[in-house]
Write a protein that binds this ligand. Sequence first.
Ligand code: 3PG
Length: 219
Amino acid sequence: MHQIFERIHKIGVVPVIQIDDGGKAVPLVKAIAAGGIPCAEVTFRTAQAEEAIRLIALALPDILLGAGTVLTTAQADKAIDAGARFIVTPGFNPKVVGHCVKQGYPVIPGCLTPSDMEQAIEFGLDAVKLFPAELSGGLDYIKAISAPYPMLRFMPFGGVNAANIGKYLSHEKVLACGGSWLAAADLIHAGDFTEITRLCAEAAQIVAAYRDARDNGAP
Ligand code: 3PG
């Protein structure tokens, strides 16, 4: 497994952040890191994404920074050029995934169906984003779909929160979880970085508890 994915696994959770105001990018990621999560995925759902990645990568080089909602090869190139270390896509776009693989960009493609999973395997990938996780059946779906694909690890995104993240992390096929609940748009708009740090600390504590439980041989 790529070392970036090993790091994501250790951190356990990837906050998805949507930046409308570039000035908030660095304080936001500082607030996330203060809660114990040195990682963030900046979504390309806003025009400020590339600038935000550049600002964060420059100011906080130790943060494991990714780019999300990457829909085109051009966005993937811009994200990596700006300092992103990995690319996340919502669905399986062979053009974008193929480009990332060719360029050597670590890529976590969104996959939902067996056909998506098989395309990921075809590209030599071993980690995929399961999106939307909760709506598609959650952990039961992961248990079912992982049976024919033992080489894959899953990153559930979509509807993951503090109440259900532990359920996912308890399963050995789950690499890490991700979601926007750690830095919701309304909190970012309000500049409520204290609450964002609290939510991240809560999630980091859950990640640590599940990792400890697994290390101590719990099922
Ligand atoms: C994503 O971009 O991966 C998803 O929107 C995250 O889903 P969530 O907003 O339900 O956490």
